[in-house]
Design a binder for this molecule. Structure first.
Ligand code: NAI
Ligand code: MG
Length: 338
């Protein structure tokens, strides 16, 4: 099985190479048969050639690879993030990765956050009206199709049931955004009837955020549309102890193709210093191992990453003295110890 590795920009180019030796080690030790190729898609290539996601990339990925492991995209030289949208949104849409899973791991347990990843306010429909050279009206449309919401909700409820979860919360804003909000509520209520194991609840996104920060313990599973899920996942990262800790998977349930990436961006403020926390990238790799059916290797890997994150070899954001490389060297040493 082949994995496409895209380090990307900034600290993506630090955390991904730091994590790859653990993939090599686990693949060999557990005979997982995982191989990878590195693709240099990112800001440098965009600035040199004007190419973000190369022509044919989607066909190549879906025919030759099972997953993508991505670092981060973002570069101060490209303030509008045009290359990032081309590459990341290109893969999300081109590979129909409509389920974005972002676990929020807290001392009280894991909250399974699922974000719809392809529609909503991110469909790219809209425009501006200018008067005398200044934008006077700006429009971004929020679009959801029943088909997408249905397949998203059904898949996520199935995942939660299979994980033995009992509760699921739909986060929406149907009082102020009634059309898409109402569609989500209707689909959620209908689909829930097929999942008697799950008790459903619905919360407005604003009061939900308030409740989550005050006390996250009641939540087990969360379903959210694209923008709300994006925002909630950063709140989740803050609750976990920082952006350096949050991992994610973007999945197409029909093909099984998936993209794994840390939630954080390219962090230009610390890029090049060797202090980026590789935890989120490592945990994204663990999600990939789970997804590819290597749960045992994933569990051992997670245990080792957590142990190092609590040691002196952890990066400064976690209170340690370590570097990106030293953190992962210690993880490899622990893996070898078994
Ligand atoms: P960011 O996540 O890159 O950084 C936010 C803050 O968290 C910074 O202070 C950074 O130093 C810190 N941080 C992030 N990851 C860390 C890690 N692994 N270890 C230690 N500290 C870490 O978000 P920001 O600054 O808003 O965006 C920077 C660039 O990244 C922008 O170009 C943005 O568009 C892009 N971006 C890309 C994403 C992606 O590729 N999926 C996601 C979010 C932002
Ligand atoms: Mg985000």
């Amino acid at each position: 099985m082949k994995i496409a590795v895209v380090p990307g920009d900034g600290i993506g180019k630090e955390v991904v190479p730091a994590v790859l030796p653990t993939l090599e080690y686990l693949s060999e030790a557990y005979q997982l048969g995982l191989e990878y190729d590195v693709f240099t898609w990112g800001a440098d290539q965009w600035l040199d050639t004007g190419i973000g996601l190369p022509a044919g990339a989607i066909d190549l990925l879906s025919s030759e690879y099972t997953s993508v492991f991505l670092g981060a995209l973002g570069d101060p030289r490209i303030p509008d993030m045009a290359h990032g949208r081309d590459i990341l949104l290109g893969m999300r849409k081109g590979l129909d990765l409509y389920v974005n899973y972002r676990p929020i791991t807290l001392p009280s347990g894991v909250i399974d956050l699922y974000r719809e990843n392809t529609q909503g306010l991110y469909v790219g429909i809209g425009g501006t009206v200018a008067r005398a050279g200044t934008v006077s009206v700006a429009i971004d449309e929020c679009v959801y199709t029943r088909e997408t919401v249905e397949k998203f909700v059904r898949f996520c409820l199935g995942q939660l049931r299979d994980k033995g979860r009992r509760k699921v919360t739909l986060v929406h804003k149907s009082n102020a955004v009634p059309n898409t909000g109402g569609l989500w509520q209707d689909v959620f209520r209908r689909e829930l009837q097929n999942f008697p194991e799950l008790a459903g609840s619905e919360e407005y996104v604003d009061s939900f955020c308030y409740n989550l920060v005050r006390d996250a313990t009641p939540y087990e599973g969360i379903l959210a549309s694209n923008l709300f899920g994006d925002i909630i996942s950063d709140i989740g990262a803050a609750l976990m102890g920082g952006l350096g800790l949050a991992s994610s998977a973007s999945i197409c349930p029909e093909t099984g193709f998936a993209l794994f990436e840390p939630v954080h961006g390219s962090a230009p403020d610390i890029a090049g210093k060797g202090i980026a926390n590789p935890y989120a990238a490592a945990m994204s790799l663990a999600l990939m191992l789970d997804h590819l059916g290597h749960g045992q290797a994933a569990e051992l890997f997670r245990t080792c990453v957590i142990e190092v994150s609590q040691s002196d070899a952890a990066t400064p954001d976690l209170g340690g003295q370590g570097t990106t490389g030293r953190f992962m060297d210690h993880v490899v040493a622990l893996l070898k110890r078994g």
